[in-house]
Design a protein around this ligand. Structure first.
Ligand code: RIB
Ligand code: CA
Length: 310
């Protein structure tokens, strides 16, 4: 069983990923840490509390993370995609629970130090908390089992600029720290997440054949689906759940071990994850970059886990 901390900005696809994780016996969620990104940290924290309760695990800690990037103002426009409340503008009752008294970076450090070699960090939002944790306690770099992140774009265009993916773009300095810290990193980027699409028919069938969780998913996903349909995509790109799928079954993906750098100084290309395909930089590889995915098998797993849930 993989023990994980999901660092998240729920967020519609984050919510779908978190519910997949809670309904996968291969994974034990030690906590959620929240970050700005799809919307602000106050709302992402409230949504994370809602999600642990909806999943039937109110005991799982939720620790509030950074309010803004390390060095830049937070200017993300994820609310256009996920709704201002991060849940597709669908209103839900306030959560019952309260966040953990510790902030995200401290929660990550405490959990990793208490469980050396056991914890996988799964950031599916901007990487600010992960960078802060590594700066707060550098020893965690050698004690984290691995970092499996949803973010970046190695050989495909970006989604918030010509070259940058949203999570990396939202805090490129933090991303540079994470990619170069020295821990094992697997990048589940747009190269694979945009190969897997959940069609309206797939989403309707999830609701039709499932229960409370899939009804929740179908409700919050409509705003996110319409954003994709308006862009000419025949469904939703499965971003954050792809990182969870990698943890469930890495054989769903093909990877290459490459040196990946993060651009944070360019005027037009900030947030680009630059994969050194031919080794021109002479640097040792620092990242397993996901390039292929068995989307059909992945979608079958998602469906099986979620319609089988309560
Ligand atoms: O680029 C996609 C990523 O940005 C996903 O994590 C989505 O939730 C947003 O945070
Ligand atoms: Ca996210």
């Amino acid at each position: 069983m993989k023990r994980i901390i999901i660092d998240t900005d729920p967020g519609v696809d984050d919510s779908m990923a978190i519910l997949l994780a809670f309904n996968s016996p291969e994974l034990k969620i030690e906590g959620l840490t929240t970050i700005f990104g799809n919307t602000g940290t106050t709302i992402t924290t409230q949504n994370a509390l809602r999600l642990v309760e909806l999943a039937g695990h109110p005991e799982v800690p939720v620790a509030r993370g950074a309010e803004k990037p390390l060095l830049r103002p937070f200017t993300g426009e994820g609310w256009r995609v996920h709704g201002r409340n991060g849940l597709g503008e669908v209103e839900f009752p306030a959560p019952q629970g309260q966040p953990d008294p510790r902030r995200a970076a401290q929660f990550i450090v405490d959990t990793v130090m208490a469980n050396p070699g056991e914890i996988t960090l799964v950031p599916v939002g901007p990487l600010t908390n992960i960078a802060l944790a590594a700066m707060l306690e550098p020893r965690i770099v050698g004690l984290v089992k691995e970092v499996v992140l949803m973010g970046g774009a190695a050989g495909v265009p970006g989604n918030v600029s010509a070259v940058a993916e949203a999570n990396v773009h939202n805090d490129p300095e933090a991303a540079s720290i994470v990619f170069h810290a020295g821990w094992p990193v697997t990048m589940v980027g747009l190269d694979v997440t945009q190969q897997t699409i959940m069609s309206p028919a797939y989403l309707d069938a999830l609701k039709q054949d499932g229960g409370q969780l899939t009804s929740f998913i179908r409700a919050i996903v409509q705003h996110y689906l319409q954003f994709h349909l308006d862009q000419g995509v025949p469904g939703i790109y499965v971003n954050d759940s792809s990182a969870i799928a990698y943890l469930i079954d890495p054989t769903l993906f093909t990877t290459r071990h490459l040196f990946v750098d993060v651009e944070y100084q360019s005027r037009y290309h900030v947030g680009q994850t630059v994969a050194d395909w031919r080794g021109r930089r002479g640097q040792a590889p620092n990242c397993h970059v996901c390039l292929g995915v068995d989307s059909e098998r992945f979608l079958a797993i998602y469906r099986q886990r979620l319609i089988g849930a309560s």
